[in-house]
Design a protein around this ligand. Structure first.
Ligand SMILES: O=C(O)CCC(=O)C(=O)O
Ligand SMILES: [Fe+2]
Length: 202
């Protein structure tokens, strides 16, 4: 049953037919989603400050960076030291790597408390991700549309449902707009393959 659900793959394309991402709507079984949600509740959630137009603001969501030792990640001017991977997340990462042939060793977990929380338009192209960054997003909770595009002019909004998996094409732009109607939380686990020791020794 689960294996069959996982096979359903959709390619998300922009209007010119260029691939943006691959999407599996029901990648993780509901019982596994529930167990993962419970495990993530205990994370030390943070709202670090970032500088926007010269002023410091806490990020408009909560986050926690998890990973193997030495997989530090620099993002918006802050060096994130990985928290140890809880067993549930380590097992999920191993399953993902088997499933997609990826080399994920870290994950930025984002928690959007309600529809006011958001993420700006960006692409994950930090040097510690290498020349062709791999990124896959596992979504839990409220379904929110992720906006995807190779530029601002041609943007596709892909709803990311509970238990879904989205593998981004390397270098694609994306962001999550606020949606006032959403009252429930959404958690996204954005798996990354960081070059170990790029910023700090293991
Ligand atoms: O929450 C999402 O789906 C996107 C998160 C994201 O883009 C990131 O963590 O880099
Ligand atoms: Fe991202």
């Amino acid at each position: 049953m689960i294996a069959k659900m996982r096979e359903i793959e959709q390619v998300i394309e922009d209007s010119s037919g260029r691939a943006l991402a691959r999407y599996w709507p029901d990648w993780l079984a509901p019982s596994a989603c529930e167990a993962l949600w419970q495990a993530l509740e205990a994370l030390p959630w943070q709202r670090p400050e970032v500088q926007v137009f010269g002023r410091h603001h806490p990020i408009p969501r909560q986050q926690c960076y998890l990973g193997e030792p030495g997989c530090h990640y620099r993002y918006s001017g802050t060096l994130l030291e990985p928290e140890p991977l809880p067993p549930e997340v380590a097992a999920l990462m191993a399953n993902l790597n088997r499933f997609g042939g990826w080399g994920f060793n870290s994950v930025l977990v984002n928690r959007y408390r309600d529809g006011n929380d958001k993420m700006g338009w960006h692409r994950d192209n930090e040097p510690e991700l290498g020349p062709s960054p791999q990124l896959a997003i596992l979504s839990l909770g409220a379904a929110r549309p992720l906006r995807l595009g190779w530029g601002r002019e041609d943007v596709v909004a892909q709803p990311l449902g509970h238990g879904s998996l989205l593998a981004l094409e390397p270098g694609v732009w994306h962001g999550l707009n606020p949606s006032r109607r959403v009252q429930e939380a959404r958690v996204s686990l954005t798996f990354r393959a960081v070059i170990p020791g790029f910023h700090c020794r293991a």
